[in-house]
Design a protein around this ligand. Structure first.
Ligand code: FAD
Length: 287
């Protein structure tokens, strides 16, 4: 089933993200966690893709497992900046063979010292166009309510986002954010910039204090005082932080649905307990 059709139906869409194992030794333990999440029957699940080889080979396998064994539609991430055209073709062929109809087309982070001028792909829009020509996929892309860290400014970022939509992107999933007003403001600016495809809100439940540094380095997301106070108060108590982080994320999700956002994607980080508690907290809201 195509993700755009799931998002466009009237019911609020709730989905989870998982990541594949780094090595084949971890495959079984990751698969067990992913299967526990899939058993909750979210509307779809996305599987990330390692930027430079490694875990990328397992993305299609995990996505296939989710679809075949649980009937949950899978969204396979795919990056291009460190890939050749031949590799991209081979990955799309594999996805087709495995019956995966949904791809999140990304540039990927640029490896240190990498010469972008000699790359086969420089931007996600190039990958989107190629996937569009190569098969009947539903293609999604990434967007950044607080602008991508490399962008000149938020106006340029929106111009390039429109280019992705014009290239064939049917929906966008956002980078994590911790203040819903940032998303509402972004949605308003995106519509004004002529971007009319649905936006799936990406929510990261922060369940341990150590995640914060990593979040800041990946996303540069603004941390509201209310959120900082929770981490300051409960960060050194793992059980309390887990409860508070899930409660904060739940509150964000309820507010998003109440304000008409059609779909929320939870960065569930291969943790079934997070996915399960969030599902329970919003069960009547998404019914
Ligand atoms: P692009 O859309 O290509 O944008 C990258 C930068 O280039 C932006 O600053 C943009 O403004 C600028 N730009 C775009 N087009 C042009 C142009 N024509 N001319 C000049 N500038 C331009 N990474 C992984 O490795 N694996 C994953 O599975 C993964 N999943 C992700 C899922 C989501 C929802 C998100 C938000 C990010 C994910 N990432 C993943 C991270 C992503 O790869 C990085 O953020 C990467 O740096 C940018 O990817 P992009 O697809 O947004 O790039």
């Amino acid at each position: 089933m195509k993700i755009i059709d799931i998002i466009k139906n009237d019911k609020p869409t709730l989905s989870f993200e998982v990541f594949p194992p780094k090595t084949s030794q971890n495959f079984e333990s990751v698969r067990m966690a992913v299967e526990e999440i899939a058993a909750l029957k979210p509307d779809f699940m996305s599987v990330t893709y390692g930027a430079g080889g490694g875990t990328s080979d397992f993305t299609a396998d995990i996505a296939e497992d989710i679809q075949k064994n649980f009937g949950v539609p899978a969204l396979a991430h795919m990056t291009c900046v460190s890939s050749s055209r031949a590799k991209v073709r081979s990955v799309t062929d594999t996805l087709k063979d495995k019956g995966i109809a949904n791809v999140l087309a990304l540039r990927g982070d640029i490896p240190q010292g990498f010469d972008l001028a000699s790359a086969d792909y420089r931007y996600a829009s190039e990958l989107i166009r190629e996937i569009r020509e190569g098969g009947d996929f539903c293609i999604g892309g990434a967007c950044y309510p607080e602008a991508h860290p490399e962008s000149e400014d938020s106006f340029a970022d929106l111009r390039y986002l429109k280019e992705k939509a014009d290239s064939g992107c049917e929906f966008f999933t956002t980078q994590m954010f911790f203040d819903n007003n940032i998303l509402y403001n972004f949605l308003y600016r995106a519509r004004n910039a002529g971007i009319h495809v649905p936006v799936v809100a990406g929510i990261m439940p922060v369940t341990n204090a150590a995640q914060i540094k990593r979040i800041m380095s990946i996303s540069g997301a603004a941390l509201p005082q209310r959120f900082v106070r929770i981490v300051d108060r409960y960060g050194s108590n793992p059980d309390a932080m887990m409860q508070a982080g899930i409660a904060y994320a739940t509150e964000q999700i309820i507010d998003l649905f109440a304000n008409g956002v059609p779909a929320v994607h939870v960065y569930s980080m291969n943790k079934p307990v997070i996915a399960r508690r969030i599902m329970e907290n919003v069960s009547s809201i998404i019914a």
